[in-house]
Design a protein. Structure first.
Lengths: 351, 200, 557
């Protein structure tokens, strides 16, 4: 009787888990309507992400069917062939194998693999060997420990951490093609709703593309372990309407705002070591080790998404970066309170 | 009960059950494992050909070590002679060819040392100079390390040989050691081809 | 309970002083004792690695948690992975191989007993070296100088420039040293199997466990060595100024990845194939039928070994290989699923038409089949490289490989423990505690690792010490942590079972499971010399022939 109880319990447990798993997968594949904070690979908003999602659903269906068949066989054998008390001492028929059955369950998997492979190879080529159209937006992304440098070579823009790209009209596509480089160690650019991830590896340039079909803010982060603050190397992609994008480009191309009320802060900035790492266009500051600050206030966050771009956070960051992002490569500048306030005022003029 | 009875159809195990010698099987396994290590170093060498950013290139500094290669490869012949002689208990011939093997191997190492001395002091190529330096010294050095280890083993056998302890009964073990030595020579054929023939 | 004692019923042999007993254990070259030493050392590091996992899970329980600093967290996942693969999984499997292979082939010991001991102590030294890193550098504060580069130490993160100090060196040297131990054991296993089989045990009559350990050992020879080579190169870079992986000098970070994964992928098959071996011994006995399709099982295993050497770059789908390379590795990865699937079908075929007994070893085996099926299927998902461009480097991958390693390997190991513990100690493990262990672990495992697939699908990358709230990851991570604690509880039940049963378990006798391979023909535990007379066999199930002389297997083979 104990034996029956075990097997029934197991049957129940396995069935429950099966439904649990299926339900979870279904819940997870629900498209998230609100684009805020969405990083669901099954809520694609861009052509390559959509091709991947479609292929993935196909693969899920095939593997789901395989699971259903094999699981049913397993369950059946466990229930039907359980040993009963009355059988004690007698051995069942000793079967050693069957060539036909072995052939069957070799050939069918081979066919499944052929189908899956062909479906997959098609998408690999479609995504990786896509031609870059003439009016694609070109971005060079350079990975750093622990922030993203973005350059738009054709537009003469240098910015950091927050990418702006235009939405792409299917009748006249304007995808964004990124060249991926690294200044130090390995990183990976992953914005799930816009594209699959591609790594940034030093001495090994890579290329990827996105073709967003709707506007909004899309989130992601570095996906290849790059050191202490790998977790806070966040990505924020703003897909703008063509007009908004053009306005953003114009603002980024313009020289740094010269606000005379912040002259004290600018002096602090230029006489401390800030200039060694940071650049402000149109001033002597031309360091490339850290993010370009020319239009710092056009960004929503600082420290690669680790904190919102507010007065208090900015002040705290400059005073002691390790308070927000311990392990960040920006040293604490050990400024006096007066200098600190002046420099923050200056930063806040860099719109 | 700790024995299982046979069925009458099974032949007499004492005469018909032959399994390979464990020394030979183990050495074959070691050779397979070592081949894998060398393969990785060779792959790195080939991959980095022409990719050095600075510094001397192979063509500029390498001199093909024909003489020392002949030494090492002939040592395969002498060790083969040694192993065969021992099987027939020709102890003096064994010792002679064994010592010749050691001498030829030692000569090869001397040649490598000479080459390295010239490369480092006359041509300024060290392991940290560039990619070529790193891969060259690593690959050739790894091989030289295996030659050295082999020579140490061969010398140990020589010592026992001179003490009169190596005879026909030890021919199996000597055969296993000579397998290793043949492997070291075969690796040199590959390294030589990759470094001095293909690599230039 | 000494395995050196000849069991003569009714005779008491005086127990030795504990110092002598300890000396015997430390200097042993007996494959059975070395097997047990491997297993005990693995259990120790299982507990330590488990604690590291719990620290990780507590930190990830909620977003922006500050249970540990990022530095400590990064050391924890590095040490957890390295420990579990190299100092738990490999040793425990070598331990079982060491114990069982000579017994199953009718031999008295391994081919090279001293090499066996040397290999074990090398492995153990490697583990000690790795853990000594906690005491290096600044000592226990901030988890000392333990490596924090991940268990794969990608270039250039492992280079001097990015990992100053000695933490990377502890990692490199520990693995190099224990790698040589593994190669020694592999050589020993192959030589034993090829050279010491008892008369009549032709190569196609060996138990499947022996076959699979032979294949595993062959893979060790050509898979561990690339890692050793890469680590020598890393040491040359770090200490002799070499440029193997120095991207500033033209070196390639991708080359390290290739070398590492040429080791890393076959390594996971090295880990799973001995577990297939356990299943192929346990499932037939508890289904009361021979294994279905013995020749196919052998062929499939050999096939897996070969094909698995050609799939390594499926760990590198995101690094920017061209579309032809990606397609090739997609194909080979899917192909390696075919012989693996065939084995699952054969195990089910073994159960089919049988009379299944649901003892604890069989419970773990059935769970293994269920979980390994799922793990294989999530593997097929990631084999499709575009799908992998989303899933790679996310918690989906973490869920997949824990499904294989915990749901597959660990479950199979638990089955092996319950099955062979009686042989090793002469006592049965408690069935009652066994069932508690099974159900607790099953529930905890599924709670953690089923749920863990979802944050991956929702965009949560790996190796992050914290995460942003509001991405849908929060509750899921909390549930995952709860499951981890349930598993920890189950492990405690298991360890308690091991200890309590040693003193109070029912006496096992030679053959408690009514099984058919040679190890069940000797006493439990076996005498030091294993067999008083070397047996002669004439079929794949010598004890079946003995128990059923009217219908021996030899008639059908």
């Amino acid at each position: 009787m104990l034996k029956m109880k075990s097997s029934t319990l197991r049957l129940l447990a396995q069935t429950t888990l099966l439904f649990f798993w299926a339900a979870m997968t279904a819940w997870a594949s629900e498209p998230k309507v609100s684009p805020s904070n969405g990083t669901n690979i099954f809520a694609p908003a861009s052509t390559p992400a959509k091709s991947i999602a479609d292929l993935s659903v196909f693969v899920l269906v095939v593997t789901g069917l395989i699971f259903a068949v094999v699981f049913t066989l397993l369950l059946y054998s466990v229930v039907k062939f359980r040993g009963r008390a009355k059988d004690a001492g007698r051995e069942p028929a000793q079967v050693y194998g069957s060539t036909q059955i072995e052939l069957a369950w070799t050939i069918i998997p081979i066919l499944i693999v052929v189908v899956l492979f062909l479906a997959t190879a098609r998408i690999i080529h479609a995504i990786q060997d896509a031609q870059e159209p003439a009016d694609a937006i070109q971005v060079t992304a350079i990975g750093h420990q622990y922030w993203w440098e973005f350059r738009y070579p054709r537009l003469g823009i240098v910015t950091a951490n927050e990418l702006h790209i235009p939405v792409s009209d299917p009748s006249h596509p304007t995808p964004t093609f990124l060249q991926l480089l690294s200044a130090d160690t390995d990183h990976s650019f992953w914005v799930p709703e816009l594209a699959g991830k591609t790594d940034l590896i030093p001495n090994h340039p890579n290329r990827m593309w996105m073709d967003p079909q709707r506007t909004g803010i899309f989130f992601g982060q570095c996906a290849q372990y790059c050191g202490t603050q790998h977790a806070k190397m966040l990505l924020r992609v703003s897909v703008d309407t063509p007009e908004d994008f053009a306005a953003w480009v114009r603002a980024q191309q313009s020289p740094a705002v010269e606000d005379t009320s912040a002259i004290a802060g600018r002096r602090v900035f230029e006489s401390n070591a800030c200039m060694n790492c940071h650049a402000v266009a149109g001033t002597p500051a031309d360091g490339r080790f850290g993010p370009d600050l020319t239009h710092l206030m056009s960004r929503t966050t600082i420290a690669a998404g680790a904190a919102n771009n507010t007065h208090d956070n900015l002040r705290l960051w400059i005073q002691d970066p390790s308070a927000i992002k311990p392990g960040s490569l920006m040293p604490s500048m050990k400024l006096s309170d007066a200098d600190l306030d002046a420099v923050v005022t200056y930063m806040e003029t860099l719109r | 009960m700790s024995t299982v009875t046979t069925t009458p159809s099974f032949p007499n195990p004492a005469t018909e059950w032959h399994l390979p010698s464990r020394g030979k099987v183990a050495m074959a396994c070691l050779i397979i494992a070592e081949s894998a290590i060398f393969t990785i170093f060779v792959v790195a060498y080939l991959f980095y050909l022409g990719k050095s950013v600075t510094g001397p290139t192979p063509r500029e500094v390498l001199e093909t070590p024909i003489f020392y290669t002949i030494c090492l490869l002939s040592s395969s012949l002498t060790i083969h002679l040694a192993a065969k002689s021992l099987e027939r208990d020709y102890r003096r011939l064994f010792l002679l060819s064994w010592m010749l093997t050691i001498a030829l191997g030692g000569l090869f190492l001397f040649g490598t040392a000479q080459e390295w001395h010239r490369l480092i002091y006359a041509r300024g190529l060290t392991i940290s100079t560039n990619l070529f330096g790193t891969t060259y010294y690593s690959l050739v050095g790894l091989h030289a390390f295996h030659v050295t280890a082999g020579l140490i083993m061969l010398s140990l056998v020589a010592i026992f040989g001179f003490a009169g302890r190596v005879g026909m009964d030890q021919s199996g073990r000597v055969a296993v050691l000579s397998m290793y030595w043949h492997f070291v020579d075969a690796v040199w054929v590959v390294v030589f081809t990759v470094v001095y023939v293909l690599g230039r | 309970m000494s395995s050196n004692a000849i069991t003569i019923p009714g005779t008491q042999i005086e127990a030795r002083p504990w110092v002598d007993e300890l000396h015997q254990w430390v200097t042993t070259v007996d494959h059975k004792r070395l097997g047990i030493l491997y297993i005990l050392s693995a259990l120790l590091f299982l507990a330590i690695g488990g604690v590291e996992a719990l620290i990780i899970r507590i930190q990830l329980m909620r977003p922006h948690n500050d249970f540990v600093s990022p530095e400590v967290f990064n050391r924890m996942f590095t040490m957890h992975g390295t420990t579990m693969i190299f100092f738990v999984a490999m040793p425990v499997l070598f331990g079982f191989a060491n114990y069982l292979v000579p017994l199953m082939i009718g031999a008295r010991d391994m081919a090279f007993p001293r090499l066996n001991a040397f290999s074990f102590w090398l492995s153990f030294l490697g583990a000690l070296l790795l853990y000594f890193s906690f005491l290096g550098g600044s000592g226990l504060y901030g988890a000392g100088n333990a490596p924090d580069v991940g268990w794969w130490s990608y270039a250039p993160l492992g280079a001097r420039a990015f990992s100053p100090g000695h933490s990377s060196d502890y990692w490199t040297l520990a693995l190099l040293v224990s790698g040589f131990g593994s190669i020694g054991t592999a050589i020993n296993i192959i030589a034993t199997i090829l050279c010491l089989r008892c008369p009549g045990m032709k190569i196609n009559r060996m138990p499947l466990l022996v076959w699979m350990n032979l294949v595993m050992a062959g893979m060790v020879l050509i898979a561990i060595t690339p890692l050793s080579a890469a680590q020598i190169m890393l040491l040359i870079d770090r200490y002799l100024g070499g440029h193997f992986f120095d991207t500033q000098a033209g070196g390639s970070a991708v080359l390290w990845m290739h070398f590492f994964w040429i080791f890393g992928h076959p390594e996971v098959y090295i880990l799973i194939i001995p577990c297939f071996a356990f299943m192929s011994e346990i499932i037939p006995v508890f289904s009361r039928k021979p294994i279905f399709g013995y020749p196919v099982m052998v062929a499939a295993t050999v096939c897996i070994a070969f094909v698995s050497m050609s799939v390594w770059a499926h760990h590198m789908f995101t690094i920017g290989m061209n579309s032809y390379a990606n397609s090739f590795f997609t194909l080979t990865t899917m192909v390696v699923g075919i012989p693996t699937g065939i084995k699952i079908f054969n195990w089910i075929g073994t159960m089919w038409g049988g009379r299944i007994q649901f003892k604890t070893p069989m419970l773990f085996s059935i769970a293994f089949l269920f979980q390994f099926l799922i793990a294989g299927l999530t593997g097929i998902m990631m084999a499709a490289s575009p799908f992998d461009w989303q899933l790679s480097l996310s918690y989906f991958v973490v869920a997949h490989f824990h499904y294989v390693i915990v749901g597959g390997i660990l479950f199979a190991l638990f089955g092996a423990f319950y099955y062979w513990y009686p042989k090793m100690t002469g006592r049965m493990l408690s069935e009652r505690l066994g069932k508690w262990h099974f159900w607790l672990f099953f529930i905890g495992f599924h709670l953690t690792f089923d749920v863990m697939h979802i944050p991956g699908i929702l965009g949560m990358p790996r190796r992050i010490y914290t995460y942003e709230p509001g991405r849908g990851w929060d509750t899921l991570n909390f549930i995952i942590t709860i499951g981890a604690f349930i598993q920890a509880l189950a492990i405690l039940v298991f360890l308690a079972n091991l200890v309590i049963s040693y003193f109070r378990g029912a006496r096992a006798g030679n053959d408690p499971w009514d099984a058919w391979t040679l190890e069940w023909s000797v006493s439990s535990p076996p005498p030091a010399y294993n067999f008083a007379t070397v047996p002669t066999v004439s079929s794949r199930r010598p004890l079946w022939d003995l128990k059923h002389p009217e219908d021996p297997d030899s008639r059908y083979e």
